[in-house]
Design a protein around this ligand. Structure first.
Ligand SMILES: NC(=O)c1ccc[n+]([C@@H]2O[C@H](COP(=O)([O-])OP(=O)(O)OC[C@H]3O[C@@H](n4cnc5c(N)ncnc54)[C@H](OP(=O)(O)O)[C@@H]3O)[C@@H](O)[C@H]2O)c1
Length: 297
């Protein structure tokens, strides 16, 4: 099936973007895969530095997108705290540039944002809750949301949480692959008990985003896994599902770990709106991990 639509995915070499590009291609879209340093595997590669207006202009000229999924970001929370200029340039100026050309080309923009826009003092945040980021990464992603909201009338802001998937992307591991790797090697790991999120399988998220594109859903959506869980319990379930030794996982607390940036205690997302609106539903931890097992093979 060929769909007469061009989609520009920024961050298409990343954990989410690479999966999204693959799924959109399989549905017949023409996918332009924006990347910065790591060559994407799926789609027509388009090298772009989102922080550079001229570079974004060229990417739009080449791809003439009907839809843009802006997934590119500086995602390392500690790096954002240490390199604030780079975080601002990538996450805020980058989103400003992508928004500007989305308006100019009349492209439907889906901006991928994060649970880290929230303070983390209550959890199960709804779309209407007020963001109050406690670290620079969350602040820049929230400023990105403002850029989108202030310029466009029709857009989607899709907030997600702790993404994981079956392959390392951009040369980085992810939480689940890290657990599997360490436990397979018989190494002990410390995992925090006092941080709650809504872990999200990249495939589940990409399928939800694909439906957002197809039906042009407008507004803010929390697109994440359906289970609120702390990192320690999550790691234990991963061990169970992959038949690994869960006694190697030691509980620890956030204040015992020397992170640079503060982490919200509970930034889990309420996914009720996505459950009500979408055919592709947010999956529970167990269903997502079952899917992951089948992907890893
Ligand atoms: N990972 C999570 O747990 C998580 C949780 C909540 C929200 N999110 C959001 O979800 C989105 C996708 O995250 P992810 O984990 O898939 O990201 P990722 O794997 O860290 O990949 C980041 C992507 O951004 C690209 N990029 C970085 N700087 C760029 C620049 N200046 N110009 C153009 N592209 C640039 C990278 O390109 P190269 O690799 O080619 O350099 C890469 O494709 C992000 O917006 C993130 O904020 C992620």
């Amino acid at each position: 099936m060929v769909v007469d639509m061009n989609v520009l995915v920024t961050g298409a070499s990343g954990l989410l973007g690479s999966k999204l590009a693959a799924i959109l291609l399989s549905k017949g879209y023409t996918v332009y895969a924006g990347y910065f340093g790591n060559m994407p595997v799926h789609g027509v590669p388009v090298k772009v530095d989102v922080s550079d207006e001229n570079s974004v202009c060229k990417a739009f000229m080449l791809s003439k997108p009907d839809v843009v999924v802006h997934a590119a970001a500086l995602t390392n929370v500690d790096t954002c705290e240490l390199k604030k200029d780079q975080a601002w340039a990538t996450n805020v100026i980058g989103t400003k540039n992508v928004t500007k050309f989305s308006k100019q080309y009349n492209s439907f923009l889906v901006y991928v944002s994060t649970d880290y826009v929230f303070k983390g003092d209550k959890g199960l945040y709804c779309e209407e809750d007020t963001p109050e980021p406690i670290n620079y990464y969350g602040y820049t992603k929230f400023k990105g949301e403002e850029e989108v909201r202030n310029v466009l009338e029709e857009y989607c802001i899709a907030r997600t949480s702790v993404i994981y998937g079956s392959f390392p992307a951009t040369g980085k591991t992810n939480f689940v692959l890290w657990i599997i790797d360490k436990l397979t090697k018989g190494e002990r790991i410390n995992v925090v008990v006092d941080q709650y999120n809504s872990p999200t399988l990249n495939t589940n998220l990409a399928e939800m985003l694909s439906e957002i594109i197809e039906r042009k859903h407008i507004g803010i959506f929390h697109l994440a896994g359906a289970t609120r869980i702390n990192r320690y319990d999550f790691a234990k379930i991963v061990a169970e599902v992959f038949n690994l030794d869960k006694s190697l996982i030691q509980p620890t607390a956030s204040d015992k770990i020397s992170w640079v940036a503060k982490r919200p205690k509970d930034s889990s997302l309420n996914v009720g709106k996505a459950l009500r609106t979408l055919d592709n539903k947010p999956l529970s931890i167990n269903s997502s991990l079952k899917k992951l097992v089948s992907e890893i093979g």
